[in-house]
Design a binder for this molecule. Sequence first.
Ligand code: COA
Length: 262
Amino acid sequence: MTSPNPATRAEILTHTETGVLTITINRLDKKNSITAAMYSMLADAFEAARDDAAVRAVVIQGHETIFSAGNDIGDFLNTPPSTPEAPVFRFLRAISTFAKPVVASVCGPAVGIGTTLLLHCDLIYAGDNAAFAMPFVNLGLCPEAASSLLVPQLMGYPRAAELLLLGEPFTAETALEFGLINRIVPPAEANALAQKQAQKLATKPPTALMETKRLMKKGQVAQVAERMAEEGASFGRMLTEPAAREAFTAFMEKRRPDFSKL
Ligand code: COA
């Protein structure tokens, strides 16, 4: 993975051992929120792993206390992603089309893309402190990462509507009940379990793994790409509109947003 800036690079850590690429989101002082530079590194990591036969499985993880607070809100205000080539969209394309298995370990808050990226992982282990949320509406935005398609498909429309229209956090137990995650463990054990499962996958024949994943996902590949593009266009436009500007400014000013005049 290449990055000219070591300080920035440390916010996404990568490490490959015995066939498993481990990607760690590592920006704890900002609750692992993800900047454009970090999306670029994530996209680079997945793109490089795609072509590297030494990588047979990927783990994506955060810290025991926080998976990710989602997109960096300052970035949303100052450098909103405006084209399909924006780093966030490059990352989403890379993870959603990744042929090898991806295992996620999620502890603490997983907000916005912190939850929706999980829709593109294969095995998901959560700490009992995990708190998922897709608060796009509360930010004047719409879903991304094809979540407007995949969340209703995964858990049924009424549950999806509650999570995507109200945008309230939900617990690991709810995520398990709704089929978003595989298992709940104590937070201190989540990364190790993800690693153990990825190591198991890495010993299996890669061609059989990739063909099985391809077949399971075949029915939705085109739809996912199409929905992601449509969401991306709306999301990019909505980022610059008054509701989102008010939501982001309120977050930066540590106050509640006021949508009453919109
Ligand atoms: N973008 C930029 N900075 C963020 C951030 C984000 N998405 N989430 C948290 N931070 C920063 C805070 O501004 C704060 O910075 P400061 O110390 O310089 O003031 C620091 O991280 C700690 O955040 P804080 O809110 O005090 O932590 P918390 O433990 O009370 O709450 C969260 C954690 C994740 C629940 C809360 O930070 C949150 O809701 N973040 C925003 C999530 C969001 O709306 N993301 C966008 C989704 S599309």
